[in-house]
Design a protein around this ligand. Structure first.
Ligand SMILES: [Mg+2]
Length: 372
């Protein structure tokens, strides 16, 4: 995390001591320690006159953003779960208006699915082992075979490519060789779980090429085809822009940066609609909401650009039908960042299974990002 101080200029946070409320920052020619109430904002590159960081665990902008995306994503997943794979005609006849139990799977209201479970697997690995893909796969393995990282102690909603990749890992395949590579294996199974890597790499020291290469490798653990990797990259650009500029223009700026980054990548053509200025003007009939990675990313971004609140976006995403939980999760992560934690309906947030666990994991992830 880079910060700036009015007297010492830019510096990098090297240590956060929550117990004693001290923050250690490395400047070009010195290292200085500050007591929290006297130090500056950890917002990006802002010189602050006075304190705006009362508690690095729960008061920082980064902490709030992490909680916004975790809950935005999980709530979208949980709102969409009960109607997964029902088509649009069904949704038009009986639109979803609230968070409901997953009756078919005998799960309570607020149960999230693989989208959230696999994101938590990644976040847990990043907290405890940094960017170690083998640990990520080990967590996926615990999820699939040991019911870890689940809302109620039971694994459900496993995508075919994810299952195949984790099975390969189970059989001894190297973590980074497990992912599915076929053109017809471009489901949204990496897109729906990639955001912890985007957050982790946002403020890292890697050059842009290196960051995107790591996002592609994270996708490739289960989905190694370039189309899936690029989809994760485009989504990452959008999230990175929203972290600094939480507006709809931020989403559009992220898409522009992604377009420029992938300009020489042949697979980029599959995402061409996202790069057109008129994308948000497309009628609903032209937005597909299947589990194909391109459809899911398009649907999520289209819903974010064509609504004005978290609730409206999540419901619009889910009521497109088909892969409702994943479109809801990806859209929910975007508008979680766009409108902030408090904009996610409180009753939806409170109904999430294992809410305290999600909060604790978010807090630990924030500490990890601030203390590296
Ligand atoms: Mg799911």
């Amino acid at each position: 995390m880079i910060v700036a101080h009015k007297n010492f200029g830019e510096g990098k946070i090297v240590k956060v001591d929550n117990e004693n409320k001290h923050l250690t920052v490395s400047f070009v020619d010195s290292e200085k320690s500050f007591v929290f109430p006297q130090c500056f904002d950890v917002g990006h590159l802002k010189v602050m006159e006075q304190v705006v960081m009362p508690d690095v665990q729960t008061g920082t902008n980064l902490y709030t953003q992490i909680q916004s995306i975790i809950f935005g994503h999980a709530v979208g997943d949980a709102v969409g779960g009960p109607v997964q794979f029902q088509d649009r005609k069904e949704r038009d006849r009986y639109p979803v208006t609230d968070i409901l139990p997953l009756y078919g799977a005998h799960l309570p209201k607020g149960a999230w699915s693989d989208d959230t479970s696999m994101s938590l697997c990644a976040m847990d690995a990043l907290i405890n082992h940094g960017l170690d893909f083998k640990t990520v796969m080990e967590n996926f393995h615990k999820w699939l075979y040991e019911n870890a990282f689940t809302p109620t102690g039971r694994t459900f909603d496993v995508g075919s490519s994810c299952r195949a990749a984790i099975k390969r890992f189970h059989m001894g395949c190297e973590a980074e060789q497990c992912g599915c590579r076929g053109e017809y294996e471009n489901g949204n199974g990496s897109l729906m779980r990639i955001y912890p890597f985007a957050l982790y790499l946002f403020d890292s020291d890697f050059p842009l090429e290196g960051k995107l290469s790591l996002i592609h490798r994270a996708s490739a653990l289960t989905h190694a085809h370039p189309r899936s990797c690029i989809g994760c990259g485009i989504y990452t650009f959008v999230l990175w822009e929203l972290l600094e500029n939480p507006t709809k223009q931020g989403i559009k700026n992220g898409l522009k940066k992604a377009e420029a980054f992938y300009q020489n990548q042949p697979e980029r053509c599959h995402y061409h609609r996202l790069f057109e200025d008129s994308f948000s003007s497309l009628p609903r009939e032209e937005i597909n909401s299947s589990g194909y990675v391109v459809d899911t990313l398009e649907a999520a971004i289209w819903c974010a650009l064509t609504t004005d609140s978290y609730r409206d976006c999540a419901l619009k995403a889910v009521n497109l039908g088909l892969d409702t939980d994943s479109v809801g999760a990806v859209a929910g992560s975007i508008v979680g960042l766009l409108y902030g934690y408090d904009a996610i309906p409180e009753d939806w947030r409170n109904s999430l299974c294992r809410k305290e666990y999600l909060e604790e994991l978010g807090k630990a992830f924030c500490e990890t990002l601030l203390s590296r």
